[in-house]
Design a protein around this ligand. Structure first.
Ligand code: HEC
Length: 220
C-alpha cells in the first residue's frame, strides 16, 4: 500500500466515525444553564400581562412631567378651558426653553411655518394665506396678522405657544402636528420676522442720533 491509499482510507474511516457519532439517536441532555436568572428575565417582559396594574398591562406611560432625554423643558400650563382663560394669560410669562437658533435651525423653522401655518397666516405672515385670501378663501375666520398688527407683534412668545398648542377659536391645536421643540422653533421664527420692524425703527433712531452727533462734532 502506498501512502496515498493509506491517507484515503484513513480519511474515509474518520468520516465514517464522524457520521456515526453525529447520527446517534441517543437523546442528549440539555446543556447546563449558566446563571439562569440572567438568561430568563425575572422582570415582566414589556408586552406581557401584569397582575399588578389595574389595566393588566406591563407597559406603563411615563409619569406626568417626565422629560425625555434631549427634549425641551416642558410647558406646564394645561388648557383649563376654551377661550381666554387664567392659563391663557399665565402663559404670557412663559419663555421659550430653546437656546438662540442658528441659521440652519431658523431655515428649518421657516420650513415648518410654511408647511403648517402659511396656508392661513400667509407666507409673509400678513394673515392673508390662500385659505383666507382676503376673505374670498374657504376659511371662515380671518387669521391673525402676525406681522404688521401691534396686538400680535406685542404678544409674548409663551402666549403664542399656548394658542399654537391648544388652539384659539377657529384655529385648531398644532400639538399633534408639531413637537414641542418644533412649536417653539416656529414661534421663534415668527418673533424673528416681527422684530425687524422694531429694529428698523431702532436703527433709524440710532442713525438719527449719529447724524446729530456728527453735526455736534462738526460744530465743535
Ligand atoms: C386653518 C387656518 C390656520 C392655520 C393653519 C394656523 N392658524 Fe393660527 N390662527 C388662525 C386664526 C383664524 C386665528 C385667529 C383666532 C382668533 O383669535 O379668533 C389664528 C391665531 C393665531 C395666533 C394668535 C393666537 C392668540 O392667542 O390670539 C397665533 C400665535 C397663531 N395663530 C399661530 C399659528 C401657528 C404658529 C400656526 C402653525 C403652526 C398657525 N397659527 C396655523 C388660523 C390658522
Amino acid at each position: 500500500m502506498n501512502m496515498k491509499k493509506i491517507s484515503i482510507i484513513s480519511l474515509a474511516v474518520t468520516l465514517l466515525m464522524v457520521l456515526a457519532v453525529s447520527c446517534s439517536d441517543v437523546k442528549r441532555t440539555p446543556g447546563k444553564d449558566y446563571m439562569p436568572d440572567m438568561r430568563y428575565s425575572r422582570a415582566y417582559e414589556t408586552y406581557s400581562a401584569s397582575p399588578i396594574f389595574r389595566d393588566g398591562q406591563t407597559n406603563r406611560e411615563p409619569v406626568a412631567g417626565t422629560v425625555k432625554r434631549g427634549d425641551v423643558y416642558p410647558f406646564h400650563l394645561t388648557k383649563d378651558a376654551a377661550g381666554d382663560t387664567a392659563n391663557y394669560y399665565a402663559s404670557r410669562a412663559v419663555k421659550s426653553p430653546l437656546p438662540a437658533m442658528n441659521e440652519t435651525e431658523m431655515k428649518e423653522a421657516e420650513r415648518l411655518y410654511l408647511i403648517n401655518c402659511a396656508i392661513c397666516h400667509g407666507p409673509k405672515l400678513d394673515g392673508n394665506g390662500p385659505l383666507w385670501n382676503g376673505g374670498d378663501g374657504p376659511f371662515p375666520a380671518k387669521p391673525a396678522t402676525l406681522v404688521g398688527d401691534a396686538k400680535y407683534e406685542n404678544m409674548p412668545e409663551g402666549q403664542m405657544y399656548y394658542s399654537t398648542t391648544y388652539g384659539k377659536n377657529l384655529m385648531g391645536s398644532y400639538a399633534s402636528q408639531l413637537q414641542p421643540k418644533e412649536r417653539w422653533m416656529v414661534i421663534t421664527y415668527i418673533k424673528s420676522k416681527q422684530k425687524p420692524a422694531a429694529a428698523v425703527v431702532a436703527a433709524a433712531a440710532a442713525a438719527a442720533a449719529t447724524a446729530t452727533d456728527t453735526t455736534a462734532a462738526a460744530k465743535k
